[in-house]
Design a protein around this ligand. Structure first.
Ligand SMILES: Nc1ncnc2c1ncn2[C@@H]1O[C@H](COP(=O)(O)OP(=O)(O)O)[C@@H](O)[C@H]1O
Ligand SMILES: [Mg+2]
Length: 459
């Protein structure tokens, strides 16, 4: 122990000014989610952070530190979940211009440990080896743990999230990335047959998507739906027009401003869709912010780096494809990061809903079904073709699906059913009303497409 204490004492941590605030936000967040029995002071959290960092930089065999000074700052853009991200810079280099940085994901022990375990067990060997950030090390303390990752291409700059990338770069570049990511040549994505053994994952569509996709119970999602309907009805009164009509006898909803009647997803999801699903190893949370794109300064080549493996493990073969296509619609058409209000089709708040935006979104979704689902070329006269924003999303969504179907051409029904379920999840989150309506719309349209259980509408 003494040796370790000695070694610890040799390591100095240099915190940037922002650390105090980060820790304080962290502890506030913690207090909200934890039970009474778990209250940790800022000092305690900071102490454990310090031990984690010191352990990470202690030599393996001789208890001598690898670095005697480590600069630590908060990583911009982090802090949305229970873990916090820090940028670490040990002063170890012979030449200070060759400094290397790393990312520390620090958070509740249970969660960070699981992510670390998932990485070791699944990521490098089975999921992908060249397309992730590198895990460097893991250390834990009494309540917390830290996972040290490399930056994309070992540099703290020169990369963007795929969400930013799809927004700002031309669509062909983004499609190339998708094709490379899901290429059947990679021998990792969808390479593992998850139905061969009994894992804990449910093997029927309905239970899988409710428990693992939406991560809700029937009761909680019905509750969210009722809250959403109440807000929309309130809006209707203000507007003097009906916005959403829920017809329980017919199990449909009508979105009045865009004259659309679709199956009520919250009713449909409870129908016995007990069809068997095919499982493989999946990332499990593959939205476009969990993919980083690094560009090689010399060759200009773009490379993919997956991050965030908390949900990685066995799951539906199409899970990642579905999550990514839903994310991309949001990133390009709805996100508050879209520059220029005219490019955004949904509102930034819930004071109203955008009729014109929702109408365009309806057109996009109908065109995806009318053309791509039915195996046709997009008509040059269609609204989707004529609107550059819609066309971009059309191309990306259909590229994702083509990659999925290249792997499993005969399981399209599983894809569309999974999509119908996954899309409902948005009503749980803090999205503006019209974004939630958009997601309900997608869900309803695909439940309509696959039909009632056993209808066999589609292969
Ligand atoms: N290895 C990394 N390199 C660069 N940025 C990273 C890295 N890991 C995480 N980040 C940044 O931190 C954010 C949150 O990290 P993530 O692992 O996705 O945690 P969360 O569980 O909070 O989503 C990411 O969206 C990304 O911006
Ligand atoms: Mg993330």
């Amino acid at each position: 122990m003494e040796d370790i204490d000695n070694a610890y004492n040799k390591i100095k941590i240099n915190y940037a000014d922002d650390i105090e605030e980060t820790i304080s936000n962290f502890s506030k967040f913690w207090k909200n989610i934890s039970s009474k029995s778990f209250r940790l002071s800022n000092t305690r959290i900071r102490r454990e952070l310090e031990i984690v960092i010191k352990k990470l930089f202690l030599g393996a065999s001789d208890n001598e530190p690898i670095s005697s000074t480590i600069d630590v700052e908060t990583l911009i853009g982090s802090g949305k979940s229970s873990a916090y991200l820090f940028k670490l810079a040990p002063r170890v280099n012979l030449n200070s211009s060759l400094r290397k940085y790393a990312v520390l994901k620090f958070g509740p022990k249970f969660e960070v440990k699981l992510e670390s375990h998932n990485y070791d067990k699944y990521v490098e060997w089975f999921l992908t080896v060249q397309q992730t950030v590198k895990k460097i090390a893991y250390e834990e303390t009494a309540n917390f743990a830290g996972l040290l990752y490399g930056f994309p291409m070992d540099s703290d700059r020169g990369f963007v999230s795929f969400a930013d990338f799809v927004r700002t770069k031309n669509v062909e570049m983004s499609c190339n990335i998708i094709e490379e990511l899901f290429s059947t040549e990679n021998k990792h994505w969808l390479a593992i047959d998850g139905t061969m053994y009994k894992h804990k994952v449910p093997t029927d569509t309905q239970t899988y998507y409710i428990d693992y996709g939406i991560r809700a119970t029937e009761e909680s999602i019905t509750n969210e739906f009722e809250k959403l309907t109440a807000s929309l009805n309130e809006l209707s009164i203000k507007r003097g027009a009906k916005v959403l009509k829920v017809d329980d006898t017919k199990k449909t909803i009508t979105i009045a401003p865009i004259s659309l009647t679709i199956p009520n997803p919250v009713k449909y999801m409870m129908l016995p869709y007990t069809k068997r699903i095919d499982l493989s190893l999946v990332h499990g949370d593959l939205h476009a912010n969990n993919i980083l794109i690094g560009t090689d300064a010399k060759t200009n080549e773009n490379k993919c780096f997956l991050i965030d493996f908390y949900y990685t493990g066995f799951g539906h073969i199409f899970r990642d494809f579905i999550d990514l296509e839903l994310s991309i619609r949001y990133d390009i058409l709805c996100s508050r990061h879209i520059s220029g209000d005219t490019d955004r089709l949904t509102r930034n708040d819930s004071k109203d809903i955008s009729n014109s935006g929702l109408n365009l979104l309806k057109q996009l979704e109908k065109d995806i079904i009318k053309y791509h689902v039915n195996g046709l070329e997009l008509d040059k006269e269609s609204q989707t073709y004529k609107d550059s924003r819609l066309l971009k999303v059309y191309k990306l969504v259909t590229t994702i699906r083509n990659m999925a179907f290249m792997n499993f051409p005969d399981r399209k029904e599983q894809y569309y059913t999974g999509l119908a379920y996954s899309s409902i999840k948005a009503i749980k989150y803090f999205f503006p009303l019209d974004v939630k309506l958009y997601r309900l719309m997608i869900s309803g349209l695909y439940f309509d497409l696959v039909g009632k259980p056993g209808a066999g509408n589609i292969q």
